[in-house]
Design a protein around this ligand. Structure first.
Ligand SMILES: [Mg+2]
Length: 296
């Protein structure tokens, strides 16, 4: 777990590794999404802190999605999640009663698998993944569980970081030593530094990736918000031109949305800034959304 102050300091410290912030948005306040929805053709929803917290839908989220569909708005979920497959994400939304189709979900895991060959083709990846991950959606990619018993880490021709669930300082030390001894490409499927969960902020793959870069000089390739590949995939095939990214974080959702040329909507009552005044964070970072809503 990491306190928000530390996560925030770290996000600001790596700003030169993130896209540039656009001109400040107008920061208009509204009570809910439906109040401003008619100004847009569609929406890219972040998941955690916007549609759900953990396994629970945020109150009003299901009704909001239904109303948006009735108004003919396009809907995409663009989530930095790499520990589980898109099919698992779909099942989760269905359990929560959220009307979202599989082809409306773009996870950073999807973006990673779609682009990893461009980083290093035909490489055998040692994957840092969740315990039960069998890489069912990895198609033709060659990979093995780096944390399984049988394979030496030196067998990996590249490192693919999908989940921090089984990662810790000791393993990070070992990986730093391994990569310093023999540099290899590193790909990261979730650029988030932290994720808000029950009980605090958990450390996510992006956090370890930036530490790795500091200590090995290897520049990991990260897929997901705020980087452009995620937005390219999420926006492909959408009709219209007026889209907004809705999220609870400034350095991934809002910054990424701005860099992709979208309008941006910050949610303040759930997720990263829940229970905090967001104004000082917006002022310090200079990442200023177009709209601020307590909740969708
Ligand atoms: Mg979020």
């Amino acid at each position: 777990m990491l306190p928000l102050s530390e996560a925030w300091t770290r996000y600001e410290a790596i700003r030169d590794r993130l896209p540039d912030a656009a001109a400040a948005g107008a920061m208009r306040h509204a009570e809910g999404l439906l109040e401003i929805a008619d100004g847009f053709d569609g929406f890219l929803f972040d998941s955690f802190g916007v549609l759900n917290v953990g396994e629970t839908a945020i109150p009003g989220a299901a009704e909001c999605l239904t109303d948006l569909r009735r108004r003919g708005k396009s809907i995409r979920v663009l989530t930095n999640a790499a520990s589980y497959t898109g099919d698992a994400a779909l099942a989760k939304y269905q359990r929560m009663g959220l009307d979202i189709a599989r082809d409306e979900i773009v996870s950073s895991r999807d973006v990673t698998f779609a682009n990893i060959d461009k980083v290093a083709p035909n490489v055998r990846w040692g994957a840092i993944a969740a315990d039960d991950d069998i890489f069912a959606d990895a198609d033709d990619l060659r990979m093995f569980d780096l944390l399984g018993d049988s394979q030496p880490w030196d067998d990996a021709e590249g490192i693919l970081f999908l989940s921090s669930a089984r990662w810790d300082e000791e393993r990070q030390e070992r990986l730093v030593a391994s990569l310093n001894a023999r540099p290899r490409p590193v790909v990261v499927g979730n650029p988030d530094l932290v994720a808000p969960r029950e009980g605090g902020l958990t450390i996510e793959p992006g956090f370890w990736a930036h530490d790795l870069q500091d200590r090995t000089g290897i520049r990991p390739v990260l897929f997901g918000k705020p980087y452009s590949d995620a937005f390219d995939i999420a926006l492909s095939g959408l009709k219209g031109s007026r889209f907004a990214m809705i999220g609870d974080t400034l350095h991934t959702d809002i910054l990424g949305g701005q860099a992709a040329g979208l309008s941006t909507i910050l949610i303040t009552d759930h997720g990263l800034f829940a229970g905090r005044d967001t104004a000082p964070f917006i002022a310090e970072s200079g990442i200023v959304p177009d709209f601020v809503l307590p909740s969708i």
